[in-house]
Design a binder for this molecule. Sequence first.
Ligand SMILES: Nc1ncnc2c1ncn2[C@@H]1O[C@H](COP(=O)(O)OP(=O)(O)OP(=O)(O)O)[C@@H](O)[C@H]1O
Length: 832
Amino acid sequence: MDYIKAEPANENEGFSKPSGLKMPTQLPKFASQTRALGELQDSSMNARSAMPPPPSNKHKPSGLPEPATKQRKTLAERVGEYARKPAAPANLRPLPNGVKDTILRGHAASTSRIGQNKPTRPNLAASVSGNSVSTVTRVPSTTARPKSAMGHGRSKSHHQGMRPATAMRQREEDFEDDSLERKDFYDDRVEAIERDFRVFKEQMLGEVQKTTDYKDTIQQLQGRVTELESIRARLETVNKGLESDLKDTQSCFTTVKMELEMTQRNHTFETDDLRRKLRNDVEDMEFRHEKDTKRMLKDKEESEEKIRKDFEGRIDKLLREHGAELAELRKKVDADSEAERSRRSQEAQAVEADYASRLRMAAVDADVKQREIQLVQGELINVKAELDRERHLRTGLQGQLTEVNTSNLTLDSANKAMKEKIDFLESDSQAQSSAFNELHRRMQDAIEAAERAHEKLRQEETLRRKLFNQVQELKGNIRVMCRVRPTHAEESDPASISFPDNDTDSKEVAVLGPNRQSAMGKDTTAAYAYSFDRVFGPTSQNGEVFEEISQLVQSALDGYNVCIFCYGQTGSGKTYTMSSLDGMIPRATAQIYAEAQRLEEKGWRYTMQGSFIEVYNETYNDLLGRSEDLDKKKVEVRHDTAKKQTYLENTVSVELDGPERVDEILETASKNRTVAATKANMRSSRSHSVFILKLVGTNEITGEKSEGTLNLVDLAGSERLEHSKAEGARLKETQNINKSLSCLGDVINALGSSKEGGHIPYRNSKLTYLLQYSLGGNSKTLMFVMVSPLQAHLQETITSLKFATKVHNTHIGTAKKQTKTLVKKEDREPVA
Ligand SMILES: Nc1ncnc2c1ncn2[C@@H]1O[C@H](COP(=O)(O)OP(=O)(O)OP(=O)(O)O)[C@@H](O)[C@H]1O
């Protein structure tokens, strides 16, 4: 059985998967049949050998054979078994007679029970049902035994085979009565059964043949199994070889891995060494570079200092020469003007006296002749037309004479001339005509003299402008002034700020620095002194400050771009100086109006356009636009590089056609700044505001044209980042402020140091971009450094003053102001 289970279903499967071998489909049947046949033999023999000796029974009929054993199965039962379990051919032999008898008896007994309808007896038909024999052994219908009873009887017959012999005998005795009657029937039945048995035997023989075939197949399969076993043995050998190869490969792999790790470690060490070396090299190079840079910077500073000194010497010389020339020129102009003035006044006096005497005479004559006139009215009608013309001429002459303060005299003389003419008309017409011509000639002379005087005045005005701008250029195109605001009543702890040259034109300011301990533990205080073009103390008023800048404002009317800044920390007085009611903006515009009107006499006509721009967080805002557009409407700044002019897009620009417009502008701007302040706290302190006044003038007489711009800038608080302790949005604002202020410093520095046409970093911030054409070039710049008087602000004050000094030392234009440095105590810090 083991071999059968291991038999492969086909050869191919058997080699690759021995465990999957399948049994042939016929084999189980064959095996069970073989066993069944064996069992049949054993059971027959056992039954016989175990058969007990028949007990003596007086009721037993002597002529009938004893049943072989009570345990033996009936033939019908065995036939059923054979059908299910074919017997081996060796065991197939003809049934012995005893067996046949037993079968006969069994049938007789069962038949008798069929007749009695007793289902306890096994039924042949039921026993062989399900196989080929059943059709032959079917009980005749006359028995009419119900199928259920037959089934029941079949199931019970098995147990009844074990019934005690006494009971069997009893039943056989019952059968004997009927046996003779039915003998023939049973003989037929036996014959039929034997026929069936023969058929069955033939089938058995067929089965035996099949068994032989199976055995052959088994032998073949066993051979195949042996073959597969040998293949498996071979494969195992190969497998072992492969396993040993695998082990070798693994050990090889481990070795290579270790070598690789070792190489990696070495590589890491080498990389680290190289990196260290590189770092050292870089540091060396940096060090060398720094040294070189310092040396170069020192050289540069030295050469700059040399050049500066050289230039200063030359400038001083030039200044002196210019000063002398200027003084001479002035003297000459003064002398000429004086001579001209006295000559003209003498002439005017002579003409005045002449006219006055004539007027007087004419008045007397007029009175005398008034009456005569009435008499000669008739004659006058003829000359009325002429008289009207003369009157018209007289009016014209009066207008012209007014310009040279002689209009009254002209009018009187015309009156007198008219009266004289009347006289002449009355006396001699020829004399009248010549007198009239004489009068007319003199009048023409007077007009020409007045025009010459006008022309001279115009020339003087042009000369004044030229001289003024020359003086401005000599002073330098960037000027720095300092203003220290007063301490308020609620403020305490003022800083120690002094004004060493506190006379009328103070130019110096000194600040006592904070207390410091020296290395020796000694308390020291540094004094810082600064010098500017002008220093205004706490008592100074806005009017006083404006006087100093009024000439610059005048330059804007002359076609210059002018920029005036207020620089300083929050609360130092920038807005007060620039935009308060009497600050620089209202004063400058008022002066421009007055001056523009004065210049109208000289033929100048001016148009003025005002804009107010805020630069907040590196964004432009229109302070004259609608407040709801703040931070929303994008203001664009465009430059016309050819004309060197700046244009603003998306902004409101106000035509300044009267002084009251300035107040309106300031009011609107202030309102907008208040709205903006509610959005961002302290916004006005953290934004730059730029008031831009564009002035375009044309002279109808000379055909001249001038275009100038006045920029008045209130810068954002200059406090440094570390002092402001700002965070978040405030930090960004502070960074932007610091950036734009440092860009402003860079631009001023670049303007001072770079050659003409050199790069100026205007584009680095919105503020410098906006003021591109108002810083450097043909422009004049003034910076007010505003100073808080408080000790708490001392550090920022010193920083602001240092920045201002740097700007002051910048060379823009043709001249530069020399900075003076004052030092007072030990541990002094030199001012740049
Ligand atoms: N010269 C001065 N005389 C009298 N008061 C002054 C003077 N300068 C400034 N003040 C006052 O000092 C205060 C602060 O001045 P102001 O607002 O002009 O400073 P600021 O530098 O413009 O500050 P912020 O950067 O915040 O705009 C204001 O109350 C102002 O009126």
